[in-house]
Design a protein. Structure first.
Length: 133
């Protein structure tokens, strides 16, 4: 984590010019989000994913949007499961998941399509379990 943070400080100091700077920030922040996910720090991961989405939108980096949207849906789901966020987040999770799936389909990204298919099946199974409680 410290290495990623040090790289981000250097990028923020603009030692590397645009557009390479933004693309590197996107890559580093996305990697940092994955580390936070692995450590089950879903809130921190979500913050980094939001920053990635902002960078991707501002710099026309559509190639990573499906991955970021699916990661956002995953982290919000984990926060709901941990009861950090409430069930009212479920419609947002479904919307993000559908957006990720549609973008992946349009881009022909079979990896994201496959992972989103599995994620959505687990999500709907989880929702069914909540409704039966």
């Amino acid at each position: 984590i410290r290495i990623y943070e040090m790289i981000l400080r250097c990028l923020n100091a603009m030692y590397i010019g645009e557009p390479d700077n933004s693309r590197l920030k996107l890559s580093v922040r996305n990697s940092l989000a994955m580390v936070y996910e692995a450590q089950r720090e879903y809130r921190k991961a979500l913050i980094e994913i939001e920053k990635c989405l902002d960078i991707a939108i501002r710099n026309d980096c559509g190639y990573i949007m499906a991955t970021l949207l699916s990661a956002k849906a995953f982290n919000i789901t984990k926060l709901v499961e941990c009861k950090v966020l409430g069930r009212e987040q479920i419609p947002e999770i479904i919307k993000l998941s559908q957006q990720a799936y549609c973008i992946a389909t349009a881009r022909g990204d079979k990896k994201v399509m496959f992972s989103m298919d599995i994620f959505l099946k687990k999500l709907f199974k989880y929702i069914d379990g909540l409704e039966n409680q």
